[in-house]
Design a protein around this ligand. Structure first.
Ligand code: OOG
Ligand code: MG
Length: 261
């Protein structure tokens, strides 16, 4: 399988780099979940070879809103690399993407390393929290996929923006049940609550620890953890400004470039 794994990873990597959608892998030979994570790891190794290092992890389908939107219900984990990060208030080049969408998230940062799969409480390792935006861009046609497809495609990860970091200790109490909204050019397009994330967004850190243990991820000091979207994702158009607001954490924004292809 390992040649197949690398071949599938190369196919997805070409799709990213050429911003061209490809058929779902599950249309051919069916992958197991384990093989799908192996494809994801192989794709991350290709990025590492281009000096694009992992800086964090992201959870997917931690909210019902997202699971319902995509018709996929198990929680998944993907990897964030340095080149995916867009500065707060910065501009993202969506011409280099297939069919990008954006969603509001909460980001955690680890002040100390977390041991993957360990049973201790990982929240004591969290030093900061921030409002965040994630840009997802499935490399599959029509933004449709099976669970194995989307895991192999690094959970559609394409970009992320982190707002101002706050001390976790100070923000922690207000994180549960905080209102979340997403606005495009000043008009609110999605609303939700941080409770949509696993019932309590703080659970995302333990979920990341558990899944990192299962699927071979490291969680070193400084790791950014995206907890998963609290609302459905919205299509990202050229020349717009998107703002996510998480009550108690503040706002985070990004602008899209004018060009599209
Ligand atoms: C997969 C990624 C899901 C989330 O926050 O739930 C995700 C996708 O919807 O393409 O990032
Ligand atoms: Mg997400």
């Amino acid at each position: 399988m390992s040649n197949d794994v690398d071949e599938l990873a190369a196919r997805l990597d070409r799709a990213v780099r050429s911003a061209t959608a490809i058929p779902q892998l599950s249309q051919g030979k069916r992958l197991t979940l384990e093989q799908a994570y192996a494809v994801q790891h192989s794709g991350i190794a290709l990025r590492a070879g281009r000096d694009d290092a992992v800086v964090g992890v992201k959870l997917g389908f931690t909210s019902e809103a997202k699971a319902r939107q995509m018709g996929v219900s198990d929680v998944i984990i993907g990897q964030l690399t340095a080149s995916m990060q867009v500065a707060e208030g910065g501009t993202v080049d969506i011409a280099a993407m297939v069919h990008p969408r954006i969603e509001p998230e909460v980001a955690f940062r680890l002040g100390t390393a977390v041991e993957p799969g360990a049973a201790d409480d990982p929240l004591s390792a969290v030093s900061e929290v921030a409002p965040a935006l994630e840009i997802i861009d499935s490399r599959y046609r029509d933004f449709r996929f099976s669970l194995e497809d989307v895991v192999a495609d690094n959970t559609s990860a394409a970009g992320f923006v982190v707002g101002e970091w706050q001390r976790f200790e100070d923000a922690r109490a207000g994180l549960v049940g905080a209102a979340v909204s997403l606005a495009v050019d000043g008009a609110t397009v999605e609303t939700g609550s941080t409770s949509a994330i696993l019932g309590d967004p703080l659970r995302a850190v333990a979920a990341a620890q558990r899944m990192a243990g299962q699927h071979g991820f490291e969680l070193p000091q400084g790791t950014i953890i995206l907890a998963g979207a609290a609302t459905a994702a919205v299509e990202l158009e050229p020349g717009v400004r998107v703002v996510a607001t998480v009550d108690g954490l503040g706002q985070v924004s990004v602008t899209t470039g004018r060009g599209r292809g």
